[in-house]
Design a protein around this ligand. Structure first.
Ligand code: NAG
Ligand code: NAG
Length: 185
């Protein structure tokens, strides 16, 4: 019985160290959007979520998930990818890799805006006002950011809105190539 309890406690503590991967979509305006997720081939689907204007909606991701997402405004075409948030959890060195990419649709200015670790304004990817030099425009740009944290914020809103002002600045980590977030080495 004692051994059983010890094993149970061991399993409980082992479970507790498994990271919870979360992206919180933070709406900066009053427009309702649907966020649509595209996993890398062979990885689990993540269901679309509705983010009402002015609200935060947190989405949990499976261990090691790699993929992207884009946001579509109410009434918009959900099959048309836009500005992308690209994510890789438990990537190289156990870190979370992320970036905002305009490569597929640089004209989608009013939806996905910026990504950064929860509680820290840096490193940040994306733009308070598009275009800027903090997003991918070309595949060989070096804009992918990394963090040991497993919780990210992804802001949604009209071009020009920023939400980073009240967060304290943290040490910058040098950006890396896009292969880190795509899971291709
Ligand atoms: C949404 O915000 C815009 C800009 O602040 C404002 O002009 C508009 O009236 C708001 N719409 C609603 C439905 O609150
Ligand atoms: C959304 O989350 C951000 C970051 O944690 C927080 O600053 C903001 O107050 C939240 N907004 C709402 C409406 O809960």
């Amino acid at each position: 019985m004692k051994a059983f309890i010890q094993i149970a406690l061991f399993l409980a503590s082992a479970a507790a160290v498994v990271a919870t991967n979360i992206v919180t979509f933070q709406s900066l305006d009053n427009i309702t959007r649907t966020v649509i997720f595209t996993p890398n081939a062979g990885l689990p689907e993540v269901k679309p979520v509705t983010v009402p204007g002015g609200h935060n909606v947190s989405v949990e991701f499976p261990e090691g998930w790699i993929g992207n997402c884009y946001a579509v405004q109410k009434g918009g075409d959900k099959n048309k990818p836009g500005m992308l948030c690209e994510i890789m959890f438990q990537g190289w060195n156990g870190c979370t890799y992320f970036d905002v990419s305009a490569i597929v649709n640089p004209n989608d200015l009013d939806n996905v805006r910026e990504m950064y670790p929860k509680g820290s304004p840096s490193p940040v990817s994306g733009c308070p006002s598009f275009p800027c030099d903090h997003a991918y425009y070309h595949p060989d740009d070096v804009q992918t950011q990394s963090t040991p944290e497993t919780e990210l914020i992804c802001t949604l809103g009209a071009n020009g809105l920023s939400s980073l002002s009240n967060l304290s600045k943290r040490e910058e980590r040098p950006p890396v190539g896009r292969n880190y977030v795509l899971g291709k080495f």
